[in-house]
Design a protein around this ligand. Structure first.
Ligand code: TXA
Ligand code: MG
Length: 339
């Protein structure tokens, strides 16, 4: 831990666990470290980073709350009081100390106070603010284990802190508090329902769940480009009913990713009725009982496993649109739109 904090303080890069996914961290106040993050990920510089802090006291060092609309102050208080630390990123007016590179030149900064103990210790033992995107090459599946980072970015980081599997498994929900009504720019580990229970109705950003996301311009959150989160194998996203009618042919070498056990069973029964089950397919289920929390926690891990088998394609079943289902579907649709 001391070595890792030292590396960050010296402008190096450390991959570290968070409760959502692993992050690729560098000193948020150091433009050279920020440039290294973009470089290591192959990430375009128009896609701003999330700045992670370890305690609420640091908030005003990175966010300029005097620039925040007065109507947003109470929601900010309620959200930080109840949902931080946790998988929620808040977009707020930025403080001058945060270099433009971190925010792609915008006057706002995305901030998160992670729940993972290792992440918080790393941040507070180093510079107090660590910029970290997910620790994967740009456009590829996010890492939920240290092994994923080692495989994908091993040589490009000074150190990887291994904290086991990420508990939440999908990235944080990104909520913009800078434009009148709060807007979810990216569905994630904090369900919309939990946010609305505290601050009332929130809007959903236009890019979310849109079929034809603009390639990389005109989006409220520049990172919301469609090729995100894709496995190497082409992926198709199906709703619950259309996947059960889908039969693979003998040469398909397809992988099927079901949301729940019941859907898999139904699909299996249709397959064997129609032609006897002789085709080689790989089958995975995100949650036997259909629990969106469990499904989210297993999403990237399962996609990494399927992708390693290099199937000709992955047929994935969408989740119901509640709880973490929204975040799961967002990731699957983006992966599908890269196909
Ligand atoms: O769970 C997470 O959020 C993980 C872990 C490591 O904390 N991090 C993560 O970072 O997912 P990244 O860089 O992969 O995603 C950051 C998202 C992008 O969609 C980006 O466009 C958006 O946050 N974002 C960053 N700064 C923003 C800003 N100022 N305004 C609007 N969106 C912003
Ligand atoms: Mg990412």
């Amino acid at each position: 831990m001391r070595q890792a904090a030292e590396a960050i303080s010296q402008g190096g890069l450390v991959a570290f666990p968070t409760e959502t996914v692993y992050g690729l961290g560098g000193d948020a106040f150091n433009p050279d470290a920020l440039a290294k993050i973009f470089e290591a990920k192959g990430r375009p510089r128009f896609d701003p980073l999330i700045v992670h802090i370890a305690d609420l006291e640091t908030l005003e060092e990175v966010a300029d709350l005097s620039m925040l609309d007065t109507a947003a102050r109470n929601p900010l208080f309620l959200l930080t009081e109840n949902l931080w630390p946790g998988p929620l990123t808040l977009v707020l007016p930025k403080q001058k100390a945060i270099p433009d590179l971190a925010t792609s030149g915008m006057s706002t900064v995305a901030l998160r106070l992670p729940a993972h103990e290792t992440a918080r210790r790393l941040i507070s033992l180093s510079t107090g603010a660590v910029a970290a995107p997910s620790a994967n090459p740009f456009g590829y599946l996010s890492p939920t284990r240290a092994e994923h980072v080692a495989e994908m970015l091993g040589e490009k980081v000074d150190l990887i802190l291994d904290g086991g599997a990420s508990q939440v498994g999908v990235e944080s929900t990104v909520l913009d508090l800078c434009n009148g009504q709060p807007v979810i720019l990216r569905p994630g580990g904090t369900p919309k329902e939990a946010i609305e229970a505290l601050i009332g109705p929130v809007a959903i950003g236009p890019a979310v769940n849109a079929d034809d996301l603009a390639e990389n311009s005109g989006l409220p959150s520049p990172g919301l480009i469609k090729s995100h989160y894709a496995p190497r194998s082409p992926l198709w996203a199906h709703d619950g009913e259309s996947i059960s009618a889908l039969s693979p042919s003998r040469e398909d070498r397809a992988a099927f990713l079901f949301f729940d056990g019941a859907s898999r069973n139904e699909w299996l029964s249709v397959q064997s009725l129609e032609k006897g089950f002789t085709v080689a397919v790989t089958i995975a289920v995100l949650s036997e009982t259909g629990d969106t929390l469990e499904a989210a926690a297993r999403l990237f891990q399962t996609l990494h496993e399927l992708d390693r088998l290099s199937p000709k394609c992955i047929h994935a079943q969408l989740a119901p649109e509640h709880g973490l289902g929204m975040a799961i579907n967002d990731r699957l649709r983006r992966a599908a739109s890269a196909t």
